[in-house]
Design a protein around this ligand. Structure first.
Ligand code: ARG
Length: 660
């Protein structure tokens, strides 16, 4: 049920009646900010007045006279410069809510035209442990998958694992040169992670040594330019503002150069200040190339590297799966990069034959009319790139799934890659498929910089999940201790509750952000009992559910009475009405998520709903109400509230608990 849609349909007729194309104006129907202006407000009379050269109030009156409302809305009011205030008739609202409460899908209709949507999310590089950023792609993708499916679309979730990239070269190199066999036999994945980090560190070390001279020169010349400018400023007759501006620019330039030197210097010092690392680094000047060679051998079918890959990959996947299990995430398909390896050569050949790709400085690239950089699909040494695999993946998905849309839930830093990929898709006959980069920002630490551990690595996802659960456990255990003897949780129940609460908090904190913004990670905030948090929502859910337990209400039987017409819902108190109005907005919240792939529209909705419920609950006693009709009506509202919160959280990928 979507009341905005009902309004839009009816206003569409009215707008045609005054001779304009309704489409652009219908978006200007919104829920009112303030209940005293009614439920909804239509704000199109102002732009229309301008367009038609009439007074907006006159236009509003004209539209209202052609607007068929009487069976559903109170008489519209025209306010201020020409706002049209609308109010749903209370008995119609009650009728809508009653229908929702008796419906398994809570009144949410399926889309008229289901789309087949391939959803590409999570997609970690499996050779390294997952880090904090992976929660974003994984959980935004997971919630979109659930919501789009629930709305009736045909969704294929596909985990495009990074199981074939240069990280494997790092691991292979590490395995051959630094393996601690005992550690590997005890905890293989930890050892692989160590090998990856170590090799990476040594690659970075030599890379840094190669760059430092040049960077120091740049710094020196930036500093000199800055000093010269300071000198000139003393005597110059030029405009002081211009001088100040120039000096500011030079100061910035120096700061950047300095930062570069420091970061590269840090990589060198980290190795040279440790006798152990320095010893390992000695004589490995070619490590960067050697690592690339290992990857290349894998790609070209070298038997030893293939065998090593076969040995390692199940270990990596098992590790990633553990995390998915904890997050309650699954995929329809898991087709990693390796799956496409054999398609890359023929694809590149085809693109060359068709004239889509051509040579550029020894490499091969796809050129676009208004961009100077091509998209590289093969390096001069013959290696294929990330983009090549993504092109092959596009073709594969096109042929196997015939999608209407492919959505990529990937870090915003890959924007350029996807812009190019989507341009290139037009060359392979995919101009009618919606391709969208559902991008997201960075998780930050307290200092406003990307969230890192003290040693400068990005924070591991596993340790975050552990900590979230541990913190939730502490709270659950404390609450438990203060409960009367008979009502206490078992140890197992406490663990399960802590898992749901802890991980739910982490996930909700992520999903409630505008996905394109960066946000600061804070356990305290995400586990707060108040505010827009999962904990608050789960608590609201459990509280509503407890009413039924406490009153020994058979909720199925209650619903049945409303379904078979024994009872009819009426809304008598303004707080009941306000709650009812919020309840019928569920569908529109889900539709808003699906419009631009933004789960935060759903979290915001749930938060509003929980708040409306709180106000209702403060004003309107439920179990204590004598009048049996009112009591039942209120119970039905409670039931629908709990189910809406429960379903809403479920669609976000968050589990509820019956007691907290
Ligand atoms: N594995 C990639 C990374 O970690 C993300 C892959 C996203 N999906 C894709 N089709 N490119 O950066």
């Amino acid at each position: 049920m979507n009341v905005i849609k009902i309004l839009a349909d009816r206003f569409s007729v009215a707008l045609e009646g005054i001779g304009v194309d309704p489409a652009p104006y219908l978006d200007l129907i919104r829920p009112s900010q303030d209940a005293k202006f009614g439920d909804y407000q239509a704000n199109f009379a102002m732009p229309l007045g301008k367009k038609l050269g009439k007074s907006p109030r006159e236009v509003a009156a004209d539209i209202v006279s052609k607007f068929d409302y009487a069976d559903f809305f109170e008489a519209p009011e025209i306010a201020g410069p020409g706002f049209i205030n609308l109010r749903v008739k209370t008995d119609c609202l009650a009728d809508l809510v009653q229908k929702e409460a008796c419906d398994e899908r809570l009144g949410v209709e399926r889309v008229a035209k289901p789309r087949r949507i391939v959803l590409d999310y999570s997609a970690p590089n499996v050779a390294k442990p997952l880090h904090v950023g992976h929660i974003r792609s994984t959980m935004i993708g997971n919630s979109l998958s659930r919501i789009l499916r629930f709305l009736g679309n045909d969704v294929v979730s596909d985990n495009h694992l990074g199981d074939w990239g240069t990280q494997f070269g790092m691991i292979f190199y590490g395995y051959r040169n630094f393996l601690d066999a005992e550690a590997y036999s005890k905890a293989p994945v930890d050892e692989l992670a160590r090998l990856y980090r170590l090799t990476r560190q040594l690659v970075d070390y030599y890379d840094a040594k190669g760059k430092i001279g040049q960077l120091e020169e740049s710094l020196a010349s930036a500093q000199k330019a800055q000093a010269d400018a300071a000198e000139r400023a003393k005597t110059s007759a030029e405009n002081p503002k211009a001088i100040a501006k120039e000096r500011e620019r030079l100061a910035k330039q120096t700061a950047v150069a300095k930062e570069n030197v420091e970061s590269v210097r840090g990589k060198i010092d980290a190795v040279e200040s440790s006798p152990e690392l320095a010893k390992l680094a000695a004589g490995r000047e070619t490590i960067g190339k050697d690592v690339l060679m290992e990857t290349s051998k894998l790609h070209h079918g070298d038997a030893e590297n293939r065998a090593l890959w076969q040995q390692i990959i199940p270990l990596c996947l098992a590790e990633v799966d553990k995390i998915y299990k904890r997050l309650d995430v699954t995929f329809d398909e898991t087709l990693g990069e390796s799956f496409y390896n054999d398609m890359l050569g023929p694809l590149v050949q085809k693109l060359v034959d068709e004239g889509v790709a051509r040579k550029t400085e020894g490499a091969l690239g796809i050129f676009f009319p208004d961009q100077d950089v091509p998209m590289l699909i093969q390096k001069s040494d013959g290696a294929f790139l990330y983009a090549t695999t993504d092109l092959a993946t596009l073709e594969y998905r096109r042929d196997r799934f015939h999608p209407d849309a492919i959505l990529y839930v990937v870090d915003f830093r890959q924007s350029h890659h996807f812009e190019q990929l989507f341009e290139a898709a037009k060359f392979i006959g995919m101009e009618n498929v919606e391709l969208a980069h559902v991008k997201f920002g960075t998780v930050l630490g307290d200092d406003g910089k990307p969230f890192k551990t003290r040693s400068g690595d990005s924070v591991g996802l596993k340790s975050l999940l552990d900590e979230a659960e541990a913190r939730a456990y502490a709270v659950v255990a404390e609450n438990n201790a203060s409960r009367p003897e008979g009502e206490r949780f078992s140890e197992e129940e406490m663990r399960e509750t802590a898992r749901r609460v802890g991980i739910g908090a982490l996930v909700y904190a992520d999903l409630s952000q505008n996905r394109e913004s960066d946000y600061v990670f804070s356990f305290d905030k995400m586990l707060a009992m108040n505010g827009n948090t999962a904990t608050y929502m789960q608590y609201a859910y459990a509280r509503v559910r407890s009413i039924f337990t406490k009153g020994s209400v058979d909720v199925e039987a209650l619903r049945e009475e409303y379904a078979n017409g024994t009872r009819t819902l009426t809304l008598n108190d303004p707080a009941e009405r306000a709650l009812a109005f919020e309840l019928v907005r569920f569908q529109s919240a889900l539709e808003n998520v699906s419009k631009d792939y933004r789960p935060n529209f759903l979290t915001a909705y749930l938060y509003d709903l929980a708040n409306k419920y709180s106000s209702f609950f403060e004003r309107c006693p439920v179990l204590k109400t004598e009048d049996e009709c009112i009591r039942s009506n209120r119970l039905l509202l409670c039931d629908l509230t709990a189910r809406t919160i429960g379903l809403g959280l479920n669609l976000l990928g968050i589990q509820t608990v019956e007691r907290m």
